[in-house]
Design a protein around this ligand. Structure first.
Ligand SMILES: Cc1cc2nc3c(=O)[nH]c(=O)nc-3n(C[C@H](O)[C@H](O)[C@H](O)COP(=O)(O)O)c2cc1C
Length: 148
């Protein structure tokens, strides 16, 4: 809503690499078909009322059962740094698991200092580190690692 989640998404995408095989998209511009033949799907959302936005919920609800079977996936959110924040990411992760995704990094929250942001200090570095954690869970399943 205010650009903070987008900023985190951009940093995660940049941390994963460059090139045409990485696509960063707003949820209302993608269709369930866009999610086929993916190696990795990362879904992020601001936390609204302790969960994902209505748009993210609608997207997750629109996926046919097992459409994402075997796809690597991970979820993040932005939220207040508070015990009462709730976590959109954990709910997204649960939905991705239900779709048959294999979760490659634990759901993570990035903190904002006010409803409209900005992100707290260090959160973008945390996003880069999380992207690295995802890369470290590579190479893709069907590729044999070095020396094997
Ligand atoms: C309608 C609404 C509900 C919100 N509910 C929560 C909440 O339950 N927990 C929380 O930590 N933050 C909540 N927030 C704060 C958002 O998490 C914050 O606005 C968001 O992280 C900023 O990201 P954005 O710039 O991408 O929208 C809420 C914000 C809005 C506008």
């Amino acid at each position: 809503m205010f650009g903070n989640t987008k900023k985190v998404a951009q940093v995660i995408a940049a941390g994963l690499g460059t090139g045409e095989d990485i696509r960063l998209a707003k949820v209302n511009t993608i269709t369930p078909q866009d999610t086929t033949a993916l190696d990795l799907l990362i879904v992020g959302s601001p936390t609204h009322a302790w969960g994902p936005t209505e748009a993210i919920k609608a997207f997750l609800g629109s996926l046919q059962p097992n459409l994402l079977s075997g796809v690597r996936a991970a979820a993040f959110d932005t939220q207040y740094r508070s015990r009462l924040s709730g976590s959109a990411a954990k709910k997204i992760e649960k939905a991705l698991r239900r779709q048959g995704c294999s979760i490659v990094a634990p759901a993570i929250g990035f903190f904002v200092t006010g409803g409209e942001g900005p992100l707290a200090e260090g959160e973008l570095d945390k996003a880069t580190a999380w992207a690295k954690q995802i890369l470290d869970a590579w190479p893709p399943r069907d590729t044999e690692g070095p020396g094997s």
